[in-house]
Design a binder for this molecule. Structure first.
Ligand SMILES: Cc1ncc(COP(=O)(O)O)c(C=O)c1O
Length: 372
């Protein structure tokens, strides 16, 4: 590969470009009917997204962070409660717990997948534990079979944070369909991304869904819009975003497959010192991120920089070491802490080509070119 080559960490142009006609039509339709909030596109998207996740219902909300907070509020989780979260999630998971007045209880993850360790969850449960948030990091669902066994034994709610896992599966069950409710983010870089912020909650529980819909719309009664039954909030999915997401949902399975094909190639061609996160045999990942662990990240990133290859770190500072949340730390979490210094996210997006992956691997292998 040449020094001029530029391989971005994320490139959304290839995903959105081919949808130009569908998106133009969506824009014109919404422009014409003028229902920019709560238009028919929102309900239509909610219906197809629920089907995609294998759940009965979905509610569109403003973003994934709100989705988590609204789920927690609808479950009456708040002051005096503890919610178990893996310490290597994006801070939004923790922010949602704090926003309802509960206390995050950080736990460690498995060394190979870097997903929450069900044994650590079991050890962290105490009288104040109200729920466990299973965060499906990097596109892979956590071992929900083992986790449900733990939460079931203790009568605890399992909430899914599926912000990074649209379409992922574990033992034939889709992300979103396992817990009492699940939160999704449609932040532009996600596997299903909007043209701005967006989110959704899915669940099979009609009572819970009604309460969450109410909370997301100023606590408004569904029967009488002038009656406010809860002190809710404004967290609605915009009509235009719903139209965009509906247009993109059709191509999501294929887009996820392309990501997985690229990840398979990474696994084949990466040098031995770049160890990709493992995939559990029962899991079908959607490869939101191509995460590897390297012993010397500074050298690896310097090499990538020199050759114009984009990279990221998800996430360099674990949540229990963040200034905002360190007060909730209950001790060291060896796996999360060791991984924080070694993780590196390589270029990954649904239109990444095999040549790009080969070039990235060639750089990490010391600059040699792949034959052919
Ligand atoms: C694991 C996880 N949870 C929650 C969120 C929050 O989603 P949003 O940015 O839509 O609020 C994100 C988004 O980055 C995420 O990666």
């Amino acid at each position: 590969m040449t020094d001029q080559a530029q391989i971005p960490f994320l490139d959304l142009s290839g995903v959105n470009g081919p949808l130009q006609d569908d998106l133009d039509l969506a824009w014109k339709t919404v422009f014409t009917h003028g229902q920019f909030v709560g238009g028919p596109e929102v309900g239509r998207f909610e219906d197809v997204f629920a089907v995609f996740c294998g759940t009965r219902y979905a509610v569109g909300v403003a973003n994934g962070t709100d989705a988590l907070e609204i789920i927690l509020r609808a479950l009456d989780i708040g002051s005096g409660d503890e919610v178990i979260v893996p310490a290597n999630t994006f801070v939004a998971t923790v922010e949602a717990v704090c926003a309802v007045g509960a206390r995050p209880r950080f736990v460690d993850v498995m060394p190979d997948t870097l997903l929450v360790d069900p044994r650590c969850v079991a050890e962290a449960i105490n009288i104040r534990t109200a729920a466990v948030i299973a965060v499906h990091m990097f596109g892979q669902m956590v071992d929900v079979t083992a986790l449900l066994e733990v939460t079931g034994r203790h009568g605890l709610a399992l909430i899914e944070d599926a912000a990074q896992a649209h379409g992922a599966e574990f033992a034939g069950r889709r992300a979103g369909s396992v817990g009492v409710a699940a939160a999704f983010s449609f932040y532009p870089g996600k596997n299903l991304g909007a043209f701005g912020d967006g989110g959704a909650i899915v669940s099979d529980d009609l009572g819970l869904i009604r309460r969450m819909r109410q909370l997301a719309d100023h606590g408004r009664s569904t029967e009488n819009r002038h009656i406010h039954l809860d002190s809710g909030r404004n967290s609605r999915l915009d009509t235009l975003q719903a139209a965009v997401l509906h247009a993109k949902l059709d191509g999501l399975v294929e887009a996820n497959e392309n990501r997985c094909a690229a990840m398979r190639l990474y696994r084949e061609l990466l040098p031995p010192h770049c160890v990709p996160v493992a995939e559990h045999p029962a899991a079908t990942s959607v490869t939101h991120l191509a995460v590897v662990q390297v012993p010397d990240r500074r050298s690896a990133t310097a090499l990538l920089d020199r050759h114009g290859v984009g990279w990221g770190i998800h996430y360099p500072v674990p949540c229990h070491h963040q200034p905002a949340f360190a007060k909730f730390s209950t001790g060291t979490l060896p796996v999360v802490e060791a991984a924080a210094d070694q993780i590196l996210s390589l270029p990954m997006f649904s239109t990444i080509t095999a040549d790009m992956v080969r070039d990235v691997c060639s750089v990490l292998n010391g600059g040699g070119r792949e034959p052919g």
